[in-house]
Design a protein around this ligand. Structure first.
Ligand SMILES: Nc1ncnc2c1ncn2[C@@H]1O[C@H](COP(=O)(O)OP(=O)(O)OP(=O)(O)O)[C@@H](O)[C@H]1O
Ligand SMILES: [Mg+2]
Length: 297
């Protein structure tokens, strides 16, 4: 989504999020980022094993991805893409996922159309891809390709590192810019985990059950989230993601004849993070605009 300039302002950013093993917190991280994002953003649940946001928030499963897919190419129906978005509380906007594997198989061939239709909405997009299905991405590969960046969420244990090392080249074939988010503390420093995995570290999300309950619709009030360290870190992570996609867009434009090919190649290999001025992991405390409000049902 780097080629089109939005007439309304900065061009929308699209971030895809996945994992390589376990259930480290892809959907939770997608919600945390959506709740802290500095601009209008829609979270799109693409996980082929089925969406979690509707049950977590007690929403109906429809409208959502299935109704959006059904509307593609339907002539004579004047419906906005926004009709398929559900509002969580009053802040976050979500296209809730399919009900399970059978519905996922039915929409799989529609991903190219789903990606371009969500891109046309003019908002930033956060795609929850679920766990990486190895080489069997099917239509979801399209989401990885068109996203500006792919975030891999991991826990900080040695088994996870081993899966990251085995899977990162597969991910890089689909999306050249892959960054790591570590969830939770561990005896190993997150930078060591990232170095072993061969990926740039975007940041570390602390474990916080109370704050997470607020973005999953389980808390009575959202205050526990907005007062939490998890919220501050999520906001910094959002700022780092937006600025990284801007830096990459700049490198891409310099990559055209006459400019910065070498730099762009270094960015793709991850080496640019070791250079002065390269995007840093989120302990920089960069100022960000106020977040969208997460209101409770
Ligand atoms: N920062 C966090 N603090 C506390 N708990 C967390 C955090 N991130 C994730 N979790 C917990 O980890 C568990 C898994 O989270 P989640 O469902 O988001 O994972 P997932 O990777 O999307 O899994 P799946 O592949 O099954 O969809 C949940 O119980 C969630 O509450
Ligand atoms: Mg999930």
């Amino acid at each position: 989504m780097r080629d089109e300039e939005s007439p309304q302002g900065p061009k929308p950013v699209a971030v895809a999020i996945t994992s390589l093993s376990g259930a480290p917190g892809v959907t939770t991280t997608a919600l945390l980022l959506a709740a802290s994002w500095p601009r209008r953003v829609v979270m799109v649940e693409c996980d082929p094993s089925g969406g979690d946001v509707a049950p977590w928030w007690g929403l109906r499963s429809s409208p959502g991805l299935a109704t959006l897919a059904a509307s593609l190419g339907r002539e004579g129906v004047r419906q906005s893409n926004w009709d398929h978005v559900q509002r969580v509380g009053g802040g976050m906007e979500v296209i809730t996922g399919v009900s399970g594997a059978a519905q996922a198989a039915a929409v799989d061939h529609l991903w190219p159309g789903l990606v371009s239709t969500t891109a046309s909405m003019g908002a930033d997009l956060i795609f929850d891809l679920g766990r990486c299905p190895g080489t069997r991405w099917g239509g979801l590969a399209e989401v990885c390709k068109v996203a500006d960046l792919l975030v891999v969420v991991t826990r900080a244990d040695l088994a996870a590192v081993s899966h990251l090392r085995a899977g990162r080249d597969l991910l890089r074939r689909l999306q050249e810019d892959v960054v790591l988010v570590v969830v939770g503390e561990s005896p190993y420093h997150a930078h060591e985990i990232a170095a072993l995995a061969g990926l740039d570290l975007l940041g570390v999300l602390p474990m916080d059950d109370r704050a997470v309950a607020a973005v999953r619709g389980e808390a009575r009030r959202a205050g526990s989230f907005h007062r939490s360290r998890l919220f501050r870190v999520s906001r910094e992570m959002c700022a780092a993601l937006v600025s990284r996609t801007r830096d990459r867009a700049l490198l891409d434009s310099e990559e055209r004849p006459g400019g910065g090919c070498e730099e762009a190649q270094l960015a793709i290999s991850g080496d640019v993070a070791k250079r002065p001025g390269a995007p840093k992991a989120v302990d920089c405390g960069a100022p960000v605009p106020p977040p969208m409000q997460v209101r409770v049902r």
